[in-house]
Design a protein around this ligand. Structure first.
Ligand code: SF4
Length: 285
């Protein structure tokens, strides 16, 4: 795998539910055609030339050295670190990417910094070793369909839906926190599907984020776009309330945004909370 060097790694994300973020790979072999917003930006900024180049990821060789320098600088400001918004941390069939991601999670957790991870790949089972990786990380997968034909067209080189869900369920069954990003959810002219069926498949998770599809011409041509997404969002909210799942609907998906749920990842109690904040009872003899 090719490598690159970066000058900085940690940055404050503008995504409404995120905090700090790391993208330790340039490009993404999953090659989503929704389109991929990260790829569009890299092409616009002249970092890469085209889709073909995007499909050949380059790992950031100095990622761990950068983290060693940047963690002390930002530690007091960081609530959690999101992996990743411009690439995939467990890129399917790219063990070098997974190895570096595991080292990054371990490094962050060593300083009691939680990771919120999102992938269209497969989670390695080793993450259940909470001595090494901590138990307050939140592991998510993107699921916007269960249809193989849809996947082939829009997420051609990512992990099969079934395998993604299975690997997430494994982490859940071992007591780890799990979540779903149901974004970008397709309009019916791109996928005829029952949202309830997808929700049912992932009903074991702790959190769900739902959001509309942007930047897709065909999707915007769907005549009832606004009503469709509003109704889908209501369905997700009802489902989550019934199942006791936390949720956030991405801004612009509903007719009126609910800003109260955007801190969905900020509420988790830090691992050393008890030690720092709960006064230990004193024994009186
Ligand atoms: S997985 Fe994410 S970063 Fe990778 S191509 Fe798909 S949308 Fe882009």
């Amino acid at each position: 795998m090719k490598t690159i060097l970066r000058k900085t790694l940690l940055y404050k994300s503008g995504v409404e539910y995120a905090d700090f973020c790391i993208n330790h790979v340039e490009g993404c072999a999953h090659g989503c055609t929704f389109p991929c917003y990260a790829m569009m930006m890299k092409i616009r900024c002249g970092v890469i030339k085209n889709y073909k180049e995007w499909l050949k990821p380059k790992i950031v060789a100095n990622a761990l050295e950068l983290l060693d320098k940047e963690i002390p600088k930002y530690k007091r400001k960081i609530k959690f670190v999101h992996l990743c918004f411009s690439t995939d941390p467990f890129m399917y069939k790219y063990p070098e990417v997974a190895d570096l991601t595991l080292k990054i999670i371990e490094r962050l957790n060593k300083d009691n910094i939680r990771s919120v991870v999102l992938t269209k790949g497969i989670y390695p089972k080793v993450l259940v070793n909470t001595e090494k990786y901590g138990k307050n990380n939140e592991y998510g997968i993107t699921i916007v369909s269960l249809d193989k034909v849809f996947k082939k067209r829009f997420e051609p080189y990512s992990a099969p839906y079934k395998d993604r869900i299975k690997s997430l369920k494994y982490l859940h069954d071992k007591g780890l926190k799990t979540w779903i990003s149901m974004e970008p959810y397709p309009t019916p002219n791109l996928a005829k599907q029952d949202l309830r069926k997808i929700l049912k498949e992932v009903s074991f998770v702790d959190k769900i984020i739902f959001g509309k599809l942007n930047y897709n011409v065909k999707s915007t041509q769907f005549g009832y776009n606004g009503d469709f997404y509003h109704n889908c969002a209501e369905m997700v909210v009802d489902f989550c309330k019934n199942k006791g799942i936390e949720y956030h609907i991405k801004y612009g998906t509903q007719k009126k945004d609910n800003r109260k749920t955007e801190k969905i990842f900020a509420k988790t109690i830090p691992e050393n909370f008890e030690l720092r904040y709960i006064k230990q009872p004193t024994l009186s003899l």
